[in-house]
Design a protein around this ligand. Structure first.
Ligand code: ADP
Length: 363
């Protein structure tokens, strides 16, 4: 038996793909009409020609059939008025005169994981992207902030090009593989370099945290620039609940990095979540023999020095690199590969250590 309540309940499971919140919370459900087993709903889109309208339509239909047991579903799409849009933005970020994302609220339930490395090229961004997608596959709502303002690589790793949509003077994160994503690269274009000094860069990161319309996120993964500079400090001070995940490679030169990271974490009172050793070994695809191309033990040593766990050892795989180059992360494109399985195990460990229940389970 279809009721308004059961229809509403079903619709509350449909998220606006860009704003990352249930359409029922966003006042997008304008009208519900039930006739026997047929449901007619009117959904208000935030802008005319919304590129994701088909997806919302499809999700609404699916939810009403599967969750509410509707026979036939008819979706009428409308457009919000200017007043409705204003009210919506106020609802998302509160009535403050200065736009302010809920992520900065000390009581926000969003877990923040800052992914750091001592130097560039160890695969920090690759690990961040694959961990983010793996967490999303587990049903978590995940945001990904590319805080590497000079050396952004997230747009390439996810094959995303800006500019992002601006909604009532606020930036809407871009969407890929179920993630909400923001990067300086969306604003500058792939080949333009950002030539800014430290304080401006920290300002940009702060603005990305404050002014971007992040949805209800279980996790925000922050891809830090290499080292423990200004940006890491901004993240640590603005998001006191952030936890640091360190990515390293297996060569035994990570002692200095570990010490610096340890001092940084101590000074900023940032908790260290653990260490990920990337490019840990190569398994021959023909005979299965394992070769430690970059040596052995760097990740374990780093974890020991920091008094934390080595959470994962990610193999060196051609497909990981190909996935990064083509903007299609291996956890999504080749889930049965050894690297993808290791990323998924890492995601489960991160979830266990940070204790978040996936949104889908909570709903
Ligand atoms: P960082 O963010 O630390 O600078 P990237 O994530 O950009 O590093 O990775 C550097 C290069 O190494 C990229 O070409 C990436 O595709 C490749 N890479 C990273 N991890 C792996 C891996 N496990 N196997 C193969 N190639 C990898």
């Amino acid at each position: 038996m279809l009721t308004r309540e059961s229809v509403w309940e079903a619709l509350s499971s449909v998220y606006d793909p860009e704003l990352g919140r249930p359409i029922t919370d966003l006042d997008m459900v304008q009208d519900i009409h039930i006739e026997g087993s047929t449901v007619l709903v009117e959904i208000l889109l935030t802008v005319e020609g919304c590129p994701l309208s088909h997806r919302i339509e499809r999700d609404v239909e699916k939810a009403l059939r599967e969750r509410a047991g509707a026979g036939e579903v008819r979706v009428k799409l409308g457009i919000m008025t200017e007043e409705q849009r204003q009210a919506l933005v106020e609802k998302i970020r509160g009535p403050q005169p200065q736009p302010r994302s809920a992520i900065l609220d000390p009581d926000s339930p969003t877990r923040v994981i800052a992914v750091a490395s001592g130097k560039g090229g160890v695969g920090k961004s690759t690990v961040t992207v694959n961990l983010a997608v793996a967490l999303a596959q587990e049903g978590y709502r995940v945001g990904l902030l590319d805080a590497d303002i000079h050396g952004f690589s997230i747009p390439t790793l996810l094959d995303l090009q800006g500019p992002p949509r601006v909604f009532e003077k606020a930036i809407v994160p871009m969407e890929a593989y179920g993630l909400q994503v923001m990067s300086m690269g969306f604003l500058t274009g792939p080949r333009q370099a950002v030539v800014w000094r430290g304080p401006m860069i920290s300002g940009a990161v702060e603005q990305f945290l404050r002014d971007v319309l992040w949805g209800d996120l279980d996790y925000l993964l922050v891809d830090l620039p290499p080292g423990t500079g200004d940006v890491a400090l901004t993240v640590a001070t603005k998001l006191r609940r952030a936890q640091m995940l360190l990515v390293t490679t297996p060569e035994a030169t990570s002692t200095n990095v570990a010490q610096r990271a340890g001092i940084f974490a101590e000074k900023t009172e940032l908790r260290i979540l653990g260490v990920v050793e990337n490019m840990a070994y190569f398994r021959c695809p023909h005979c299965g023999e394992v070769t430690h191309i970059f040596g052995k033990g760097g990740g374990k040593m780093m974890a020991q020095i920091l008094g934390t766990e080595l959470l994962a050892q990610i193999p060196l795989e051609v497909k990981v690199r190909e996935g990064s180059d083509s903007g299609r992360p291996i956890v999504a494109t080749d889930p049965e590969s050894e690297a993808a399985k290791t990323f998924r195990k890492l995601a489960l460990q991160v979830a266990a250590l940070t204790g978040a229940a996936p949104s889908e389970l909570r709903a």
